[in-house]
Design a protein around this ligand. Sequence first.
Ligand code: PLP
Length: 220
Amino acid sequence: MDTLDKINQKLKEYNAKLVSVSKTHPVDAIQKIYDRGQRIFGENRVQEILEKKDSLPTDIQWHMIGNLQRNKVKYIAPFISMIHSVDSERLLKEIQKQAQKNERVIDILLEAHIAKEMSKEGMTKEELFELAEKIGQNEFPNIQCRGVMGMATYTDDEATVRNEFKTLKLFFDEIKNGILNASTFDTVSMGMSGDYEIALEEGSNMVRIGSLIFGNREYK
Ligand SMILES: *Cc1c(COP(=O)(O)O)cnc(C)c1O
């Protein structure tokens, strides 16, 4: 059994989905993982998805996991399967507009800031709940809010990571119980190569794993 098999076995135990994070990796590497049965791939740059997608099978579900600029939403709106990184009402409005233009409903996740690092993206708890309320008022007919996403602090301190994941799961439960109690609000996207097992233990049902599957990234 190799790493991908091990990850998939673990995910089965928790009934969780895998987003194979293919950023920086070429299409032949993605094709290899596709041939092993993976269908969900995550990228963090619009330009990179556009460059890769036409050389790859059309049944790949592309997930946008990185910071998304409003002026680039139009390029991915025709095909994107899920946007994990919604962190403002302005961005959500643009996704709504472009989804409507394409006569689609786009799945999104609300990104919460749970880490200690300031650099990590995402909304504060207040912003998160405020935006969830707006979605609850049906202001976005072409958007389906599927859940929340977050990144833990990059640290060896397991207690810190675990606590941050607990916090995100609590946010999810609170929104689900009080604001968006649809059966389609069902996704907790948390856990990466270094911390996905902790994330699963804390209630993740979608992990985003890159380097464990593809090897280390080389940034040019
Ligand atoms: C790169 C990235 C990942 C995957 O990171 P690995 O440590 O390589 O598994 C997950 N989520 C987001 C938002 C990322 O940008």
